[in-house]
Design a protein around this ligand. Structure first.
Ligand code: COA
Length: 186
């Protein structure tokens, strides 16, 4: 099957809804963050592979902050959209909401961004269709993802630079007042 050159965002938009069962809970009775991340990874995959028409892998995950706890018995919905198309990569934005079935109250628990790369049959990155932006929100999200990519590249460079400049001979003064103790074991 030949891939199309460009696709609208709406074609690959994907939502999954899942009931939060007791097996997903931690000792405090709230849903494990890891359970939510695993569901997010699945919806990101479904959305990205629909756009790319090929197998996709997760490369990075940004802005994972669980703003409110999710309870057992709530219905969690994850809405995924392709926000950005690069050459072989896609950025999928996922909005997560939890609904209390009895009260009907819906809380927004987090919005995160998954970078996915499309792979060909030889496991090599392969080009994805362009994204057709059909409204202002989609244009805004595309530009936002471009900016985020630039910022991430800058932060990565700065972190590499900072790491290479760490001098262990003045570690004691750098760590003064921090919540750690140096006890070197020889
Ligand atoms: C990510 C991966 C595909 C990159 O492969 P590569 O041969 O280095 O390919 P490239 O350098 O050409 O990068 C391919 C794309 O990934 C993007 N990419 C690479 N590293 C990235 C990172 N850390 N964050 C975001 N995007 C990244 C590149 O920008 C590029 O996008 P573009 O084509 O749209 O410009 C490869 O490292 C891989 O397969 N990793 C394992 C992924 C996996 O198995 N995930 C499952 C979870 S364990």
């Amino acid at each position: 099957m030949t891939k199309v050159d460009a696709k609208p965002v709406r074609v690959s938009q994907t939502t999954i809804t899942e009931l939060m069962i007791p097996a997903y809970a931690n000792f405090g009775g709230k849903i494990h963050g890891g359970t939510l991340l695993s569901l997010m990874d699945k919806v990101a995959y479904a959305c990205a592979s629909k756009h790319a028409e090929t197998y996709c892998v997760t490369v990075s995950v940004d802005k994972v902050e669980f703003l409110q706890p999710v309870e057992v018995g709530e219905l969690v919905s994850m809405m995924a959209s392709v926000n950005y198309a690069g050459n072989t990569s896609l950025v999928v934005g996922i909005r997560v909401e939890a609904q209390n079935i009895k009260t009907g109250i819906i809380k927004h628990t987090n919005s995160s961004f998954f970078t996915m790369v499309a792979k060909d049959d030889n496991d090599k990155p392969t080009q994805v269709p362009k994204l057709i932006l059909e409204n202002e929100e989609e244009i805004k999200r595309f530009i936002e993802a471009m900016r985020m990519k630039e910022i991430k590249a800058k932060v990565r460079d700065e972190m590499d630079d900072a790491k290479s400049k760490i001098q262990l001979n003045n570690a004691r003064s750098i760590l003064n007042g921090e919540r750690c103790q140096i006890k070197i074991r020889l």
